[in-house]
Write a protein that binds this ligand. Sequence first.
Ligand SMILES: Nc1ncnc2c1ncn2[C@@H]1O[C@H](COP(=O)(O)OP(=O)(O)OP(=O)(O)O)[C@@H](O)[C@H]1O
Ligand SMILES: [Mg+2]
Length: 321
Amino acid sequence: MRNNDWDEDLSKNTKQRRNNRKRRNLDADQTHLDNESSKFVDSLESTKGTGWMADKKYNRMFTEIEQGLSGVLGDGPFDWVDRRVFDAVFDRLTLMSLYKLMKSGMIDTLDFPIARGKEAHVFHGTGENGPVAVKIFHTSNAVFKNLIQYIEGDPRFGGLKRRHRDLVDIWVRKEFRNLSRLAKWGLAVPKPIGVHKNVLVMEYLGTETAPSPRLRDVNVIDPEPVYQELLEFLAVAWQKANMVHGDFSPYNIMWHDDGPVVIDVGQSVVQSHPKSQEFLVRDVTRLVEWANKNGLDVELAEAMYDVLEMDLSHVGQTEEE
Ligand SMILES: Nc1ncnc2c1ncn2[C@@H]1O[C@H](COP(=O)(O)OP(=O)(O)OP(=O)(O)O)[C@@H](O)[C@H]1O
Ligand SMILES: [Mg+2]
C-alpha cells in the first residue's frame, strides 16, 4: 500500500470515528426527544375522557370551533356528546388538527357523519368552496391498544404511542399524495383538498343530505361502459401514474353523477413496491368478478392484457402533483 493510501485510510478511520461519535450523540438526542414526547403524550392521555376540555388553555380554541363542530357534536357544552364516538374520533390532537384546518379555511363546519370504517370516520363538512368530505383517521385502534399494554411501562420502549401516531399521520399523507397523483392523470377520484396530521379533506361526493352510494349498492343498467372505464382506470394508474390501487373493490368505488369514482387509496403503492404486481392481479380479478356478476363475458387473462397493453397515447397529465 502506498503512503497516501495509508493517509487516506487513516483519515477515513478518524472520520468514521468522528461520525460514530456524532451518531451516538444523535441517538442520545433522539432517545431524549422520544422520552420527552412520550411523556408529553402520556400527560395528555392521563387526563381521561373529556375532562381536559375544561382546561383554560383550550378555551379560545373551543370558543372558536364550537360553532363549526355543532353539526356533529351537538349544541351546548361538550360533555353530552356521544362518548364512544367522541373518544374514538375527537381526541385532543385531532381537535387541534380540525382547528388548524378551520383556521386555514379548508373546513368551516363539520356537519354530519357519513360513514365509519375500520380505520376512519368520514364526515360531511363545509369549506370555503362548498361541501367537503373529512376523513378522520383513528389514532388508536383495538390491535394497537392490545399490544401496547405489554409495552407501556417498560422503560426500554418509550415513545411508542407517539410513534404510532406518527405512523397514522404518514398513512394519511400517503392517501393524500396518492389521490393527488391519480387526479393528476385525470382519473376519477375525489379531488384532494388538504391534510393535517390524521385529518384528510377531499371533494365530497353526494347530495346535500346523503353521500353517493357505493358501486356494490347500485344496480348498474349498462355495465359494459362502466367495466371499460374501470379497466382504463387501472391501466392509466399502472402505465401512466405507475401506481396500483391495492383494494379495488365495489366497496371502494362510489357511484356518483352516473359514473364510478374510486376512493380509499391509502394502501395504493407505486410500481416499484415488491407486491405491486400481486396487488394489480388482485385488483383486476375483483373487477372481472364484478363484471361477471353483472352479466359481462370477460376473462382475467384478457383483462390483464388490456391493463398492461392498452393504448393510452390519448391520456396526458392534467395538473401539477
Ligand atoms: N369523498 C367522499 N365523499 C362522500 N363520501 C365518502 C367520501 N369518501 C368516503 N366516503 C364514504 O365513507 C366510506 C368510507 O370511506 P373509505 O373507504 O375511504 O374509508 P375506510 O376507513 O378505509 O373504510 P373501510 O375500512 O370501510 O374501507 C365510504 O364507503 C363512503 O361511503
Ligand atoms: Mg373503504
